[in-house]
Design a protein around this ligand. Structure first.
Ligand SMILES: [Mg+2]
Length: 176
């Protein structure tokens, strides 16, 4: 099968990097949940966007050994695609990050706002994301899973919701 993963909120903890940045540099004292269920959304649009273009936020979170081992196991049985809505300006940072940590199939990195089209184009069978509207757009062209996060809790019951990608061992790995 072809298996697609979103990056931020699925394989990479970008939200934690942004939260940590605001705790360190803006003296934010609220919780991670409070930050992502209202505080960040209260920022002006251009400030929100600014976070999306800051390279260090896309490389500061080191992938766990468990995650890399899991992806290697998945790669033995399936082709992996990484489909992210990161902006083109972040392409090199993202690519270097994946190569540095030996993500399998790192050459299958696709930056696209329209994920649904990419899913169809690459005939991706299973796709995992943390943003419900992305899964809505993909519809029935792939089997989709939603990673449970504070920002999607209100609607998560409408999706195949999992706590982390490790919950897919039974779906993706023949031996586990
Ligand atoms: Mg995401």
């Amino acid at each position: 099968m072809n298996v697609g993963f979103d990056l931020d909120g699925v394989l990479y903890d970008w939200h934690r990097a942004v939260y940590n940045d605001c705790v360190s540099h803006e003296d934010y004292e609220g919780s991670f949940r409070e930050f992502w269920t209202g505080y960040f959304q209260s920022f002006p649009r251009n400030k929100q966007k600014n976070f999306c273009y800051r390279d260090p936020l896309y490389s500061s979170q080191i992938p766990s050994k468990k995650l890399l081992k899991f992806l290697d196991s998945v790669a033995k049985e399936h082709e992996i695609f990484y489909v992210t809505a990161r902006s083109d300006e972040c392409y090199l940072t993202t690519k270097f990050y994946m190569e540095r940590y030996n993500f399998p199939y790192s050459y299958n990195l696709v930056l696209a706002k329209d994920k649904a089209t990419i899913i169809k184009l690459h005939r991706i069978d299973i796709f995992i994301d943390d943003f419900p509207s992305n899964l809505d757009e993909i519809g029935s062209s792939a089997t989709t899973f939603l990673i449970k996060k504070p920002w999607n809790e209100e609607v998560m019951d409408n999706y195949n919701t999992i706590l982390s990608v490790f919950d897919l061992e039974g779906v993706l790995l023949s031996e586990h």
